[in-house]
Design a protein around this ligand. Sequence first.
Ligand code: FAD
Ligand code: DHB
Length: 413
Amino acid sequence: MNMRTQVGIVGAGPAGLLLAHLLDRCGIESIALEDRGREHIENRVRAGVLEQGTVDTLDEAGVGERMRRQGLVHHGIELSFNGRRHRLNLRELTGGRAITVYGQQEVIKDLINARLDAGGQIFFEVEETSVHDLDTDAPKIRFRKNGEAHEITCDFIGGCDGSHGICRSSIPAGVLNVFERAYPFGWLGILAQSKPPSEELIYCNHPRGFALFSMRSPEITRLYIQCEPDEEIANWPDDRIWQELELRLGVDESIRLEEGTILQKGVTPMRSFVVEPMQFGRLFLAGDAAHIVPPTGAKGLNLAASDVHYAAEALTGFFKRQDNDAIPAYSDKALARVWKSERFSWSLTMLMHRFPDDGAIAARFQEAELDYLMHSEAGLRSIAENYVGLPLDFAEDRPAGARLHAMQAGAGR
Ligand code: FAD
Ligand code: DHB
């Protein structure tokens, strides 16, 4: 079967679904393809922290209603090191901005419902997806569904198929510059039926390694433990998990770790990865298809959202204002923000994890840096403004004073 659309989107993760939705709001049609089933992607536990700008984007796009009701707005986070916890008051340090804890799979459910309610087309469980004629005005996507072959002729293709998708690798050799760093550890992620130890997130730098105490609701905790990059889950029976978390949290009388049923466990390796440029001909890469961050700064999902904001802006310029400069500007605009989130994620990763074979001096450097940051107004502000997310127009030329003024007036995103 042959179809035609303005924007063909490969991948129905946060990037693909939000792109389809933002385009629809601007009167641009799209078709999204997803190789997994709807139930699978609606239940895949991944990220959980939404930056202020992501919340605003979802709200303005009309998909924020349940997030506003069920999401947990946090005005602070804690960093723990040397046996003490230090709170960063995000609200005071950023002129009133915050983060919202709301699971990625809930964002996915809201976006799928919105797409289907608006009559949008998503093909689930497609097979053998491939993209063609990327450097022509009529790029094509071919795929199979229920054994039948299909082709979609598009004006543009959104490559939103994550880090293992086919879009990035369909770009001819020699076009992309690849920047990559692997870290010598991973995160063991745990979802548990238990009350979070604190109302806010706690990031711990501990001699035994990093730990993170997050949540999904007042009854469900999301926990992470630094482990080997290729750790076997079988090495982590529930008892060992709770014991290790308690040691790394450093439980005292003000805080108590409640054990509960472990609902899910998984290991994520950690790496920084970026390709430049994020487009080739009529193919736009967005989200994990173009870059990966180590999860320490909670930036992965948020970068997917900011990429598609810039992609939708470029495509709207092309289709609605006949602005021919809009399309080539996409990659530079998106990368300017991507690199700042990559830098922040790398720096928080370096600060909070124990590196094997680094010796005692590395731990002293970390402690000194953390101690400096926690006692410096500039240091605290720098972590806070990156953590809540830099405004979407941060990279545009504007003196820092003017930006600060706009942020404090609540205007900056
Ligand atoms: P994805 O969410 O990966 O979506 C891509 C979609 O494309 C998928 O649904 C995939 O099934 C589909 N697809 C792939 N290939 C094809 C194909 N050939 N044809 C059709 N469809 C295809 N970030 C954090 O900030 N904190 C975390 O704790 C965290 N945990 C994570 C845990 C795991 C296991 C992973 C993999 C990621 C995690 N992330 C985390 C990162 C965050 O979830 C991602 O940055 C985010 O999902 C990026 O969205 P995306 O839409 O770009 O990619
Ligand atoms: C979560 C994940 C992160 O990577 C992070 O930095 C904070 C919270 C979470 O899944 O809740």
